[in-house]
Write a protein that binds this ligand. Structure first.
Ligand SMILES: [Zn+2]
Ligand SMILES: [Zn+2]
Length: 269
């Protein structure tokens, strides 16, 4: 039986004879149902026309993205550490070449997701790499499209995956929306891997939305909470969820400026 993948959001569902009646991610206010009608694909079908490309972002950090672009077009980040590799966020497409390359780079000790929009085919990735755990914040449990024993629903405000590699729950975009703090990133100044919990804008500022495609902003209090949550953490660089969504330097100052600007905008200041 095929495990169907929604072509609009890229999330995969459990194997069934017929496609699901609808996509719970796309029916949510943060996303949208394909105006041409809900459509589905499968990994075997995708393998006829897609491939993954790899790019070293900085030493120890490799981006993995699908070409041509699929669904919302995010790229995942493979963080390589002495304590094991972490895949931060996930992409839908997975093939033998990707498995061989990631294995050669040390495989995966775990997959950590900023929020359910990037769940993609995380269960397939887990199975390809020894049923490694898939870390999702428990507050987002109901949005996981393919439940599996590998999914580790974690509670609380932080999850330390290894020394210097910590998932931090910020909330906002989703109740469990999280970022990953990598203390050794950016030449030891610290890097944040943010998905779209913090969304890098084209002008290299940051924004914080309930829905990005539908342009529904967050109110001020959850944005202030994100700022307060990240205040104790040092970081120089922010890697968002797409190739070009990067703030290379002074990201801590950019964050402070962007929060002030954002809260002024939504409170009429
Ligand atoms: Zn969908
Ligand atoms: Zn999202």
């Amino acid at each position: 039986m095929p495990a169907f993948i929604c072509t609009t959001c890229g999330c995969q569902y459990p194997a069934t004879e017929a496609p699901p009646a609808g996509c719970l991610i796309c029916q949510d206010t943060r996303q949208y149902v394909n105006p041409a009608g809900q459509a589905w694909t499968t990994l075997p079908a995708m393998r006829r026309s897609y491939f993954n490309a790899f790019r070293q972002i900085e030493p120890g950090l490799t981006g993995i993205g699908t070409f041509p672009s699929f669904a919302i077009g995010q790229r995942a980040l493979l963080l390589r550490t002495a304590a094991g590799n972490v895949l931060w966020d996930c992409i839908s497409f997975l093939d033998d070449a990707t498995i061989a390359i990631v294995s050669a780079l040390g495989g995966l000790a775990g997959i950590a997701l900023s929020h359910p929009h990037f769940f993609a085919t995380a269960v397939e990735w887990s199975r390809a790499f020894g049923n490694c755990p898939i870390h999702v914040h428990a507050l987002d449990r109901d949005y996981v499209t393919r439940q599996d024993p590998a999914v580790n629903f974690w509670d609380g405000d932080t999850l330390e995956l290894s020394p210097g590699v910590t998932v931090i729950r910020c909330g906002g975009h989703f109740p469990g929306s999280s970022v990953l703090h990598w203390a050794a990133g950016a030449q030891g100044k610290g890097a944040l891997l943010t998905g779209d919990t913090l969304q890098v804008r084209p002008d290299k500022g940051l924004t914080f939305m309930h829905s990005y495609p539908n342009l529904i902003p967050l109110p001020a209090p959850p944005v202030q909470r994100i700022a307060d949550t990240l205040a104790p953490w040092s970081f120089e660089t922010i890697y968002g969820g797409w190739w070009e969504r990067v703030i290379p330097a002074n990201a801590k100052q950019v964050m402070a400026r962007s929060v002030t600007q954002y809260i002024a905008a939504v409170t009429g200041g």
